[in-house]
Write a new protein. Structure first.
Length: 135
């Protein structure tokens, strides 16, 4: 599949979706820096105004353990699409990993207010489950 996205970005270097899909495939393969490079191409094409791009970049940093960079990316995604609850979930998970539990709780609550369906999803999120046992 990566070869297909690689080819797509070569044939259509101006395709934001091709770069994003390549980035997601690279993330699944655990090549996070390459995923960031790919998503940066998508962000460049969109003048940095692509919430999902910032969220993907943040996810790569999160998986690399570079939490302050992840936080900045998720915050940027939220600034572009403030009503998207899953960006809040990603930011909340980042705060849990950073040990900022009170902020994480507020972020998760805000996500649940935006979309009550998020509550069901959160029951499967390790960081949310871990936070339940923390005072």
């Amino acid at each position: 599949a990566l070869a297909c996205y690689d080819r797509a970005t070569k044939l259509h270097p101006g395709s934001t979706n091709a770069w994003l899909m390549k980035s997601l495939m690279l993330m699944e393969l655990g090549t996070y820096q390459e995923a960031i490079d790919s998503v940066n191409q998508a962000l460049k094409l969109e003048g940095g105004q692509l919430g999902i791009g910032w969220a993907c970049k943040g996810d790569a940093y999160f998986r690399m353990g570079r939490l302050s960079k992840a936080e900045k990316c998720f915050t940027k995604a939220l600034s572009l699409e403030p009503q998207y609850p899953f960006y809040l979930v990603l930011l909340g998970c980042t705060y849990v990993r950073m040990g900022q539990h009170d902020i994480a709780r507020k972020i998760f609550s805000k996500a649940q207010l935006l979309d009550p369906g998020v509550s069901q999803y959160l029951t499967s999120v390790d960081e949310f489950k871990a936070l339940q046992g923390v005072g």
